[in-house]
Design a protein around this ligand. Structure first.
Ligand code: BDR
Ligand code: CA
Length: 312
């Protein structure tokens, strides 16, 4: 299995994503999980990280959790409580966090872990990139030592939090700039892919029919989450953004990626936080990112269902 670090802001779809990763030990070995500000403030995403580990039973029992940045590098914090609820995981009867976070900052943990296994570790980032950017700035050798950063964020087209910007990019555009220009290999799983992957009512029924706690909890999470997607986008369920990024590591064969230069707008204004993707190679080959452009969506959902079914 590939050694991975999960870094995110749980968050409903982050929770499903982490459960997918923790239920896939043949493909990925989760070395640690890191929380960052984002959908809700750091205090909540950190609490929720511990809850997710508790929900995965044996799989999460020995996985350490590190809390990271409580705010973006430069801009003021933005959250997405309208999508994820004030708690970030609105559901009844969730277990208590398995244990408190480790004393080490998430960025320092990333540095330690990646230096200990150069060229081996994949960072799966499903939130604002603040922790990753801090690690890259503190340790300039790190970008050359990480195997890959797979990031749910950005979009080849329009945004979700603003007309131009996707939430994770908007929530820390300067951090995204640091990571995209670091020289580290980056695969971007953006809205252009993830908005195709909808947790429809039928699919929620399938999760419930698994008849385990994990399936019931995922269905409950995604039912809350669907409310926003119906109201805002007229969709028949919520988009499974973050789980798609995990799937890109577990089952890359379900995806098409295309190399593109991706730059993020860090100037205030209408396009603040927009990822400008050079689809036609007009701006030169620098900072090439592998951008997800196609996904075998039914196979992705079948994978998710099968893996959630493995959890308690
Ligand atoms: C991203 O924003 C967050 O609200 C989700 O968790 C996901 O990571 C989608 O734009
Ligand atoms: Ca997220």
């Amino acid at each position: 299995p590939k050694p991975v670090i999960l870094d995110g802001d749980p968050g409903l779809d982050d929770a499903v994503a982490w459960m997918l990763a923790l239920a896939s030990p043949d493909e990925v070995q989760v070395l640690g999980v890191c929380s960052v500000h984002g959908n809700v403030p750091l205090e909540r995403t950190s609490h929720n990280a511990g809850v997710i580990l508790a929900l995965t039973g044996e799989a999460g029992r020995s996985v350490p959790h590190y809390a990271g940045a409580d705010r973006p590098l430069v801009r003021e914090a933005v959250t997405a409580a309208a999508v994820h609820g004030d708690s970030g995981l609105p559901a009844a009867d969730l277990p208590a966090p398995l244990r408190p976070p480790e004393p080490l900052h998430a960025a320092l943990y990333m540095i330690e872990a990646i230096r200990a296994q150069p060229s081996e570790i994949t960072l799966i980032a499903t939130g604002p990139l603040t922790n990753v950017a801090l690690a890259f700035r503190l340790a300039p050798d790190l970008a050359a030592k990480v195997r890959e950063v797979v990031w749910m964020g950005g979009s080849t087209a329009h945004g979700n939090r603003t007309p131009a910007a996707e939430f994770n990019a908007l929530a820390d555009p300067h951090a995204a700039h640091v990571v995209l220009t670091s020289g580290a290999p980056v695969r971007m799983v953006g809205l252009n892919l993830t908005m195709q992957s909808i947790a429809t009512p039928d699919r929620l029924d399938n999760l419930r029919a698994l008849d385990n706690r994990a399936g019931a909890v995922c269905a409950e999470f995604l039912t809350f989450y669907a409310g926003h997607y119906r109201a805002r986008y007229g969709l028949n369920g919520g988009a499974l953004h973050d789980p798609v990024a995990v799937a890109a590591v577990i089952r890359p064969d379900l995806f098409t990626f295309q190399p593109m230069r991706v730059q993020v707008e860090t100037q205030d204004g209408l396009n603040f936080g927009r990822t400008v993707c050079d689809l036609y190679g007009q701006s030169g080959p620098e900072d090439h990112v592998q951008v997800g452009t196609q996904l075998n969506e039914p196979a992705f959902f079948a994978l998710l269902l099968e893996r959630i079914g493995r959890l308690p």
